[in-house]
Ligand binder design. Structure first.
Ligand SMILES: [Zn+2]
Length: 198
């Protein structure tokens, strides 16, 4: 995910593993060696620290490599969880400003886990937008597309030419639709109508 800010935080860690910068997001790393461990490496956050558990016999170079790998892995896991409802609403506001002159103003934007046949949905009368949790972990431009799609429905119901004209303002509409169609085609989400967003 090239545009993922948390992933970039991971990249920053990569070059400074031995001496973490004084960035609030970067926690100190504590490496614990265990004689009970033979080959497994694990890592977790504990308080303000990141603990990496490695086998006692591991070399200094291997330790460095594994710390980097595990920090990236943790950052990737956290980035998938990081976009909460509040961030989602904030993002929707930014997208509306950028592409629709701020005309689409949702009353609520949130993730839902009960949407199995749709990526997103919208109730214009309530101004509410819901996004399927299965978009989490997909590239940001895809999530943005689904958000914009639902925002556009606050302005134009249905999928007529005027609806798609609105979406044309977003340069990655076609790419995002292709991505979602690809996800469906790959069978990762069976019984899903192709890139259906309502
Ligand atoms: Zn739609």
């Amino acid at each position: 995910m090239p545009a993922d800010p948390l992933h970039h935080a991971g990249q920053r860690l990569r070059s400074t593993t031995s001496r973490p910068p004084s960035d609030a997001e970067v926690s100190p790393v504590e490496v614990r060696r265990s004689t009970r461990r033979r080959s497994t490496v694990s890592a977790y956050r504990e308080g303000g620290r990141t603990v990496v558990l490695i086998p006692a016999r591991m070399s200094e170079a291997e330790e460095q490599r594994w710390v980097t790998v595990m920090l990236d892995k943790l950052a990737a896991q956290e980035s998938k969880r990081s976009l909460g409802d509040a961030e989602l609403a904030e993002r929707a506001g930014r997208l509306s400003d950028q592409y629709f002159d701020g005309r689409a103003r949702p009353a609520s934007v949130r993730w839902v886990t009960n949407q199995n046949t749709r990526w997103g949905s919208c109730t214009p009368s309530e101004g509410s937008i819901r996004l399927s949790h299965r978009l989490q972990g997909m590239p940001e431009y895809v999530v943005d597309y689904v958000l914009l799609h639902e925002l556009a429905h606050l302005l134009v119901p249905g999928h007529g030419p005027s609806f798609w004209r609105l979406l044309e303002a977003y340069p990655r509409t076609e790419r995002a639709r292709g991505y979602l169609e690809g996800v469906v085609a790959a069978g990762r989400l069976p019984h899903q109508p192709p890139s259906r967003t309502e």
